[in-house]
Write a protein that binds this ligand. Sequence first.
Ligand SMILES: NC(=O)c1ccc[n+]([C@@H]2O[C@H](COP(=O)([O-])OP(=O)(O)OC[C@H]3O[C@@H](n4cnc5c(N)ncnc54)[C@H](OP(=O)(O)O)[C@@H]3O)[C@@H](O)[C@H]2O)c1
Length: 317
Amino acid sequence: MHMMTIAHTDLDVSRVGVGCMSLAGPAEKARAWVDAVLASGVNLFDHADIYGGAGRKERLFGEVLKAEPGLRERMIIQSKCGIRSTGDPTPNAPGRYDFSYEHIVQSAQRSIERLQCGHLDIFLLHRPDPLVEPEEVARAFDDLHKAGTVRHFGVSNHTPVQIELLKKHANRPIIVNQIQLSVAHTHVLDQGIVANQNVGGAVGRGEGSLEYARLNDMLVQAWSPLARGFLSGRPIPPEKEKMNEAAGVVQAIARERGVAAETVLTAWLLRIPARIQPIVGTQNLERLKNACAADELALTREEWYRLFIAGRGGRLP
Ligand SMILES: NC(=O)c1ccc[n+]([C@@H]2O[C@H](COP(=O)([O-])OP(=O)(O)OC[C@H]3O[C@@H](n4cnc5c(N)ncnc54)[C@H](OP(=O)(O)O)[C@@H]3O)[C@@H](O)[C@H]2O)c1
């Protein structure tokens, strides 16, 4: 597995990372998965306080680290905060976003306690909060960094303008934006080719996200890179039937190249010049191995466009 250094940091991360949203217990099973991930050369583990509800996935991961503390130094651990559940902390509180100083600081501390990991290498703001006060976020980042709680900061699902707003006050670099991107979810690529055309109505497409990341040397992480399996063998339900064509192209290229469908899906992301880091969510060791094999598969320009066109659901303008 190739490694890369995240700009503005001394962090060396694997080209492919893994997500722990679906981490399966009990602890021995989770440990076997963590071992397989590390053995495949992947060192970045993505978490969030909400995974599994009430910190359950972080807690499970923490059990693995507690049983084998030596694993910690072989990992880059990142988590996220800012999404709060219905009923937290009072019964009439709605599901919402919270980028207040108190919530950010407390969330980082609690994630570290659950993960039993000493500090977070990267901490992301999960989804943009319309009530964000960038000065407050900057103060939270400063204090967490000064206390040694968090080494680096990033965001998820943010637009370039929202990142600029945070940067107006931030004293620490914003090093990552984690967004949904796969053959089945191409909006940030689409917007670059449909400018000045009447398509997509008022859909927000994350205008300029990839170009902004390249201009500012930010890492882009892709969530749901395997499209949750629907392009690689998982039965496609009727309401997702327009995925059939893309699934067919993925299978065809997999056959032509003699690789697995997960390899094709992951290689498609690695081919994007913005240096995407796919955050693969599978617990299945065969699928994990296949996704990691993408590091050795260079798709041609023609293959990449066949997948893009099928995934976006129509030929190019
Ligand atoms: N920032 C955000 O807002 C955000 C949102 C969502 C996720 N994330 C992060 O991104 C990571 C990856 O997300 P994801 O899990 O949606 O990504 P994914 O890698 O696209 O999908 C993995 C999921 O699809 C299933 N799957 C894959 N291939 C399959 C097949 N052939 N048949 C049946 N099931 C199949 C996997 O089950 P198996 O385990 O059985 O393979 C697993 O549940 C998460 O763990 C999380 O860390 C971030």
